[in-house]
Design a protein around this ligand. Structure first.
Ligand code: 5GP
Length: 174
């Protein structure tokens, strides 16, 4: 697979516009509060940076890295922590920022893991949602785009750790 096998699904302009809308909604919901953002590495990095630059609330950043597809297009179904949080989130208003909720396994695991750490509140913001693929029920509080059941790359999404830096989201042209 290389770039010629993909077509643009969500343009740079569409992403920019949607990020503004999400930032406005998040600012409203967290009015007067500090937010502890947990960026799920590596896919959500681009989304986290560009979204949070538009949010005026004070934000503390944490990062967690979970196992992902690596060089495959199918999930192994197993989730494990590769790099853990550095600080306590007890009593914090935590917003998880993820790239995509696909089967829901990763988010289900992460929410259960973080709840044990007793945050004051825990919400989920995902750039993309692929509801057709869900095997575990997970609902995000903020969804950038609902996407079809196709493999996507760009704007943080990789194939074989490449293409993350495309400024748009593309899907396999099948
Ligand atoms: P889950 O199936 O557990 O909901 O999603 C696990 C992870 O699979 C996501 O965080 C994301 O990194 C990856 N993933 C799911 N769908 C896609 C996709 O279409 N493209 C890419 N590049 N990664 C995906």
């Amino acid at each position: 697979m290389d770039l010629k096998d993909f077509k643009v699904l969500i343009s740079e302009d569409q992403i920019e516009k949607r990020l503004c809308e999400l930032a406005e909604q998040i600012e409203k919901d967290y009015e007067g509060k500090e937010i502890t953002v947990i960026c799920v590495m590596r896919g959500a990095c681009f989304f986290t940076v560009n979204l949070t630059l538009k949010i005026k609330n004070p934000i503390k950043f944490e990062f967690i890295q979970l196992s992902s597809y690596e060089d495959k297009t199918e999930s192994s179904g197993k989730v494990r922590i590769v790099n853990d949080l550095r600080s306590s989130i007890e009593g914090k208003d935590v917003l998880i920022i993820e790239d995509i909720i696909d089967t829901g396994r990763t988010m289900d695991f992460l929410v259960a893991y973080l709840k044990h750490k007793k945050p004051n509140s825990l919400k989920i913001c995902t750039l993309a949602d692929k509801p057709e693929r869900r095997v575990i029920e997970v609902n995000a509080d903020y969804v950038g785009f609902t996407v079809p059941n196709k493999f996507i790359i760009g704007y943080g999404f990789d194939f074989d750790n490449k293409y993350r830096n495309l400024p748009y989201i593309a899907c396999l042209d099948e």
